[in-house]
Design a protein around this ligand. Structure first.
Ligand SMILES: C[S@@+](CC[C@H](N)C(=O)[O-])C[C@H]1O[C@@H](n2cnc3c(N)ncnc32)[C@H](O)[C@@H]1O
Length: 311
């Protein structure tokens, strides 16, 4: 299926691109980008290749859970998506492209990795999903061309989270809304243990890392360990085995993983010209969970903010 967005601009010189079935090309600077499997490819995978492997390998989409997570992590209501132009910045395997498109949005998913191929398969029934393999810092879209922009668990995987944030924020139209979810900075002993472990695991080949991810997934299914050990070393406690293995790989494979505070993220929204800056609570409830979350003790939890671009 052809997944090419209607209007593309050159990521180098910002001229409108000429679109054909096998390439998009710039008449001004004469650069050309291939279209493979109906998706324009502006970049190779580079340091984000582990995500291509991960999203194409694991089946982790669950319609009800993904709809609930979409609303919780964006603050957008599915009922307001109909007919809106929506950008999923860092779409991975496309689970939230699917959610937004099924709610009636015209969705553009952008991702640096070959995960866009999984997104295309997952959204095979949805013609309103367009995709690009591109760097979020150099998107091939006109600034201010989207009504809603969301980015869930993405920007902290780049060399510089803030540079990605600023580039993506430029895509929101005046009066439009943006939501961003980033990894939360934990207490210093947790951060130290995590850095120690990730310094090793990020150098391992997938064949070496995956058995460890399955080992972690086994622990993540044991109730007592879920409550205790997961506060020291990160492993997923998702109820489904395949999600736990995928989550563990997602944590221990990527080269970059920066952690941030709510104050940092809200200040970026302020500086980028947003108002009504709102901190979203975590999806999980329960007094102990919320207490641990407020005290930055939940490893892998988020800082999550939504806001409206000033008109
Ligand atoms: C943890 S995954 C999240 C995917 C999706 N948002 C979800 O929650 O299912 C992070 C994704 O962000 C993408 N990513 C990270 N930095 C990026 C960048 N600078 N440009 C484009 N994609 C990026 C990765 O390739 C990866 O697929």
């Amino acid at each position: 299926m052809n997944r090419i967005p209607d209007r593309l601009i050159c990521p180098d010189c910002a001229s409108p691109l000429r679109i054909s079935n096998d390439a998009v090309s710039c008449p001004a600077c004469e650069r050309s980008f291939p279209v493979v499997e109906g998706i324009p490819r502006f970049v190779g995978q580079e340091h984000l290749a582990s995500f291509g492997l991960q999203w194409n390998r694991y089946e982790i989409a669950h319609a009800d859970e993904d709809r609930a997570t979409f609303e919780a992590k964006t603050g957008f209501r599915l009922s307001e998506m109909n007919g809106q132009h929506v950008l999923d910045a860092g779409c991975g395997g496309g689970r939230y492209c699917k959610v937004a498109a099924e709610a009636g949005a015209i969705v553009t998913g952008a991702d640096h990795s070959s995960a866009v191929e999984k997104a295309s398969r997952l959204c095979a029934h949805l013609e309103s999903v367009r995709l690009v393999q591109a760097d979020l810092k150099h998107l091939p879209f006109e600034p201010e061309s989207f009504d809603f922009v969301f980015s869930i668990g993405v920007m902290h995987h780049d060399t510089q989270t803030r540079a990605v944030f600023d580039a993506v924020a430029r895509m929101v139209r005046a009066g439009g809304r943006m939501a961003v979810w980033l990894y939360r900075r934990n207490t210093w002993p947790q951060e130290a243990i995590n850095s120690f472990l990730r310094r090793r695991t990020t150098r391992w080949a997938a064949e070496k890392l995956e058995p460890w991810c399955r080992f972690g997934a086994f622990f993540g299914g044991i109730p007592l360990l879920k409550q205790s050990l997961s506060k020291v070393v990160n492993f997923s406690t998702h109820p489904v085995w395949e999600n736990r293995v995928c989550d563990n790989f997602d944590w221990y494979a990527p080269e970059f993983q920066h952690h941030h505070s709510t104050a940092e993220l809200t200040s970026w929204f302020d500086a980028a010209g947003f108002e009504d800056v709102t901190v979203l609570p975590p999806e999980k409830t329960g007094r102990f969970y919320r207490w641990a979350w407020r005290n930055n003790l939940i490893i892998g939890s988020g800082v999550n903010v939504t806001a409206k671009k000033r008109g």
